[in-house]
Design a protein around this ligand. Sequence first.
Ligand code: ADP
Ligand code: MG
Length: 483
Amino acid sequence: MNSLFINIQPIYLIYFFYGAAFLIMAASIAAKDMKGSELMLAKSLRLLGLFGLSHGFHEWMQLYPLIEGDHLSLRAIYISKLAALIVFIVSYLFLLWFGLTLINGVSEKRVWRIARTVPVLLAVVWVLHVWYTGFTMDMQFLRQASIATRHTFGLFGSLLTAYGLTAYSREVGYLSRTAARNLAYAGASFGFYGFVAGVVSSGFTLFRFPIPVEVLRGAAGILITYFIIKALNIFDVEMRKKIELQTRRIVQAEKLTSLGQLAAGIAHEINNPLANASLGIQTLKRRISGDRMDGSVLDKLELVERNIDRAAGIARELLQFSRQQEVDVMPVHVNAVLRGTLTLLEYKLKGVSVRQDLHPVPSVMGDAGKLEQVFINVLSNAVEAMPQGGSMSIATSVEGSFVQVRVDDSGSGIPEELLSRVFDPFFTTKDVGAGTGLGLAICYGIVKQHHGTIELRSTAGKGTTVIIRLPRREDDEKDIDRG
Ligand code: ADP
Ligand code: MG
């Protein structure tokens, strides 16, 4: 026990704290309740925890021969160092794995294709590196193998993780900007760590600073732990938002049901007088043209007729929104409907760059005509939000038992306080005549009839994301619409 205080040099305290930092990170990750999280991070974070655990443990293992060195045989020291080396390699493999899962989750296929070849290359370089120094199982070998590990798995594990965390932080910005920022900082800390732990060898001082590299590694470890622990908050935010969203959905459903009944009643009541008025106008027009009367009277009548048509149009849309009738269901290929909609809207899409990411998805049971109406509304809204032009992306994917359609636009966005009202009938921010405010209300009704969900996420000034999910056909493994 005494020897701990007699033999230990200040630098070894660094090993202790450096190890402790990673162990604390591992403990924090293990203690975090991530059940029910839909974030990709929830699944991969366990790997970072395992890295923390094994890496922290490795640092402490290194202390052992340093502290007890005087009492140990050379053989015992060798074995303890060999064990530490194995734990060291394993820890960096966990880190590499973690970085790769992040990259697989967030990156384009191209980046992922390059990234996933990294482990094989590293293994080859590692073997060559060790081979080069000769394969004599002595202390020198252990030292060389440890350097080889730093230069390969250590460096690239850190760099891939740094890239992965930074890229991933952009994906979760919508949930919590603070958490996203902390993830990005953790990524930057990993970049720094990759340099001091992966490039610079132990025992060196950096540049002209009189700071041993171990101190910098310790600092990087503490920074990583600090930012990761702060970023863990994202799971609480996610849970809170989920509950809020659920509450909002229930309130919305109730509101729209009662509004729907009201709207249907009004539409019926208005439709009859409108039909009568329209008939009257027809009769008048026939008479007048028979009498060859003044053209201006005919013009006026046509104006009246157009206005009646417009009112009837609104009444029709109202009915559509509120109608609870069954839809005509049959297997529908969502990608095909989307492509059809895009063709239909071609004239509107000038000045907007459209990116299509239509992945092979199973068909859904639904009414193609109604689904088209949903897409027309959503895409029109996106275009209308970008009067100065912009970009829009349309993507389909499979999410569990749902087929998901995601439409992103770079338009004006919707202020947070209005977001809960966009599905309300007659809620519009557009000029009189430009919008009726019925589009999304109708979409909501149709999607609900399909037992799906529709959700809007938006940041004012940046753009809007609409996510529509429709249940996939169950007996439909083969019937996949390939892009
Ligand atoms: P309308 O388009 O007739 O106004 P909607 O029900 O389609 O009615 O949309 C309601 C409101 O929601 C719009 O007026 C607009 O303020 C907002 N909105 C919907 N989609 C978007 C979008 N992609 N970008 C910005 N605002 C949107
Ligand atoms: Mg609209």
